[in-house]
Design a protein around this ligand. Structure first.
Ligand SMILES: Cc1ncc(COP(=O)(O)O)c(C=O)c1O
Length: 379
């Protein structure tokens, strides 16, 4: 590797962008003393974001993890059940299934979209399977038409994890309203943020009502008498105020992500040593992060390239470590035999993949600089 180019400023992988009414709405919460989990911004944010997702209901909660957990609990998934998840994903996908007492069943992903491979799902279905969790990876939606038709054939629920894909579409339908239930994250690096936060979206009133109940300790009309085990997964009015303001600029943010991707595509068009994100004909990719996979012929590992980029002032992030490689889950093979399976695409992505700076503040000069650094590292 050569050691020339250096960025003038440190280029972070992503930063929150609070460029609308966030401050005014937060001050309104503070001035009115509505800082906890009641207040007008919560239903406003829920309606606005659910509407954006083309879903009839949205239930805000404390994180994307909480949203996924609530979705599973609302579907009454529990011990003896199995939930099919991609092997290449954030550990949250496996954790939330385990929290319900159910067993995650792993499925490899597609080498181009990095989302669950529908062709491999059916062989994983058993009499215990209750649901498929489709994770829309780095902004590209999973092949929801194929997944929904498998689910219909087998009577399964579909949970969409849209944490990384606000606004992504499949055949003109927004993610979060295609499956039975959707889950979103509003962590600081997401397309829109509430600092920490999440939302469950659905067109099913029974699911939404149950999520609302479980989010709030399963409090019912008769105070302090509980018929269900609930959680404190509430969002605060202050977070929802930020979320509402963020929704007002969500279209701009998605457009900016897409233009960042187009610029990287153009700058990298002659770089044969990497392949970038795709956009399948069925999809609208919102390019939450611009991922790259180093080609087989390229000698250095993703971590070597990332380290060299870091030395030049370019922050990057490794792709996920697949579920079957997670130390925390080793030793559970008896209950979770799938951990011994082969997931070659997930392994390859984990070895060769990483993503470039993709925040909405990025300028074209920043991107040119990032690609110059990449060329100098890989040249
Ligand atoms: C695919 C995916 N699912 C779920 C989550 C969890 O969201 P949170 O960090 O808000 O709990 C994340 C967070 O990055 C994610 O990337």
């Amino acid at each position: 590797m050569t050691t020339t180019t250096q960025t003038e400023r440190y280029i972070p992988v992503c930063e929150p962008m609070l460029d609308g009414n966030e401050r005014d709405y937060v001050l309104d919460c503070l001035d009115g003393n509505w800082v906890s989990s009641l207040g007008k911004y919560i239903p406003k944010f829920e309606q606005r974001f659910a509407g954006y997702c083309q879903a009839t209901r949205g239930v805000a909660c404390s994180s994307g993890t909480a949203a996924l957990h609530l979705a599973l609990e609302a579907l009454d998934i529990g011990p003896d059940d199995e939930v099919i998840i991609p092997s290449f994903t954030l550990i949250v996908s496996a954790n939330v299934v385990c929290w319900t007492g159910a067993t995650p069943v792993l499925c490899d992903v597609l080498p181009d979209t990095w989302c669950i491979d529908p062709a491999l799902i059916e062989e994983k279905i058993t009499s215990r399977t209750r649901a498929i969790m489709a994770v829309h990876m780095y902004g590209h939606p999973a092949d929801m038409d194929a997944i929904m038709s498998i689910a219909d054939r087998h009577g399964l629920h579909v949970i969409e994890d849209g944490a990384q894909a606000h606004g992504a579409e499949v055949g003109g339908r927004r993610v979060g309203s295609i499956g039975h239930v959707g889950a979103f994250s509003f962590y600081g690096n997401k397309i829109i943020t509430t600092g920490e936060g999440g939302m469950v979206t659905t067109n099913d009133d029974a699911i939404a009502d149950r999520v609302e109940l479980l989010r709030n300790q399963a409090f019912e009309r008769e105070r302090f008498v509980h018929h269900h085990v609930g959680f404190n997964y509430r969002m605060t009015n202050v977070q929802a105020a930020i979320g509402l303001a963020q929704c007002e600029t969500l279209d701009d943010k998605v457009a900016k992500k897409q233009s960042i991707a187009a610029t990287y595509d153009a700058l990298l068009s002659d770089c044969s040593f990497v392949s970038g994100p795709v956009c399948k004909p069925y999809a609208k990719n919102v390019y939450w992060m611009y991922g790259l996979v180093l080609g087989d012929g390229f000698d250095s590992s993703a971590s070597q390239v990332r380290e060299a980029l870091g030395e030049r002032g370019v922050e990057t992030r490794a792709f996920f470590v697949p579920m079957h490689r997670q130390p925390v889950y080793q030793g559970r093979h008896k209950r979770w035999p799938d951990l011994r399976g082969h997931y070659p695409v997930a392994d390859q992505l984990a070895r060769r993949g990483f993503y470039l700076p993709s925040g909405c503040q990025l300028t074209e000069d920043d991107q040119a600089c990032v690609v110059d650094c990449l060329r100098s590292v890989c040249g």
